[in-house]
Design a protein around this ligand. Structure first.
Ligand code: ATP
Ligand code: MG
Length: 410
């Protein structure tokens, strides 16, 4: 017998109950983002592989081992997007918007990374992301953080922790990096294989190692926040002041680094303790160098992305929704008229299923299984009078009415 086909490991189906939660989160995002005048963009899922190699950086986990990339029939190197920022920058440049003033964008959609699947870590997952182009000052950082905060409050997650760091800039980071590498080399014997690899390619990523033993070694590691240049220190202080002014609580966490190379200055994560090692539900930061890196003029920018599946795990499943009315048509003669009644109710915004005719027993079974609030029973007698019988399924109470008299209590 042929084996059953299953979805790819780490790639899940969104069944109705699940999608209901996602939609709630997305509509909260849309409401909140609109208040900040942030507009939706819908960007390609397939992009040239080169885009991610150039923006995210070859030494990152994403580019070195997690991308789903392939060569198509025309020998083009193509990749399923692992994140949204690079594509947004590409689109911004391609549309010639660099002189059009601040662009505030958001997107919702699937991203793909071939990592080891775990709870909260999938190979296809969804992000709600925001990118602000032309956002220079610390005020924009504060506004973006406030928006992320408002979004989580809107979906009922006000208890999450905002962690903040500064990653410095090309002026102050190299000197810090050298100090960090010195520190790491002295402890190299006690660091894991991944840390060794990162030490050479991307030493700040070592700070992010999830191994307990490595974290112990890192306790006294030099911190970027203590080595910022004047410009970066001033920027960081202003961001903190702004958050204080808005009474948004945060903690400075000098261990926050982004997995991608293009970030500078403000970096942040919003975390929960409820999801183990997958506790970061939203992450972002400033990426002032990226637009230029991809061929545009120097353009400061900041953004974040939230993982929809991780957010959904923190929310209760909504109770399943059932149709308002099931139409029970008794006899072939009434079929057409019953279809018209169903259509008329739907045009008034009422959700209706038609039980498809046949025996009354079969149709009531359907109505029961679907947990409808009412059945609309239509027999020849009813139709002759231009009326229908409305039965309240919880009380059993029945009324003979003309279809346009039907008003359902909320
Ligand atoms: P992590 O450290 O958990 O791997 P990351 O730094 O790779 O996260 P980002 O690239 O910053 O994550 O993506 C932003 C958000 O997208 C994350 O905070 C998380 O909520 C979500 N996310 C990232 N990777 C995955 C994944 N494989 N499965 C589900 N959600 C993910
Ligand atoms: Mg990751």
């Amino acid at each position: 017998m042929a084996e059953k086909l299953r979805s790819i490991r780490g790639i899940h189906d969104g069944l109705p109950q699940q999608v209901e939660i996602w939609r709630k989160i997305e509509s909260a995002a849309r409401r909140v983002f609109a208040r900040y005048a942030v507009a939706e963009v819908r960007l390609p899922i397939l992009e040239p592989t080169e885009l991610f190699v150039r923006s995210i950086g070859e030494a990152t986990d994403i580019v070195s081992k997690e991308m789903y990339s392939f060569v198509d029939q025309g020998d083009a190197h193509i990749c399923l997007r692992p994140e949204g920022t690079a594509g947004a920058v590409r689109a911004y440049l391609q549309a010639g918007l660099t002189r059009a003033g601040t662009q505030r964008w958001y997107y919702c959609g699937p991203m793909f990374r071939r990592e080891r699947p775990q709870k909260g870590r999938l190979r296809q997952f969804q992000q709600i992301g925001v990118e602000w182009f032309g956002a220079a000052g610390p005020v924009e950082d504060v506004e973006v953080l406030a928006m992320a905060h408002d979004f989580l409050v809107e979906i009922g997650l006000s208890e999450l922790r905002l962690e903040l760091n500064s990653l410095g800039c090309p002026a102050c980071r190299p000197a810090y990096r050298d100090r960090l590498v010195d520190y790491l080399q002295q402890r190299a014997d006690h660091l894991c294989a991944t840390c060794h690899e990162r030490m050479d390619k991307n030493p700040m990523r070592v700070l992010d190692c999830k191994e307990e033993q490595c974290q112990q070694q890192l306790q006294d590691a030099p911190e970027m926040v203590a080595h910022l240049c004047q410009g970066c220190a001033g920027h960081f202080a202003a961001v903190r002041c702004g958050l204080d002014a808005l009474a948004i609580r945060y903690q400075v966490n000098p261990r926050i680094v982004r997995g991608l190379d293009y970030y500078n200055r403000t970096a942040f994560e919003i975390v929960t303790d409820q999801l183990g090692a997958q506790g970061t539900v939203l992450a972002g930061g400033r990426y002032d160098g990226l637009v230029q890196e991809l061929g545009g003029p120097a353009t400061p920018a900041i953004g974040f992305a939230a993982g929809l599946e991780r957010l959904a795990m923190l929310l209760d499943a909504p109770s399943p929704t059932s149709p308002d009315i099931a139409v029970v048509a008794l006899g072939d003669v009434v079929m057409d008229w019953s279809l018209q009644q169903a259509a008329a109710l739907r045009s008034r915004g009422i959700s209706v299923i038609h039980c498809g005719g046949g025996s009354a027993k079969r149709q009531f079974k359907i109505a029961d299984r679907e947990l409808v609030r009412y059945t609309l029973i239509i027999g020849e007698d009813e139709m002759a009078q231009g009326k229908v019988t409305l039965r309240n399924m919880s009380t059993g109470e029945q009324q003979l009415l003309s279809p346009d008299e039907i008003v359902l209590p909320a």
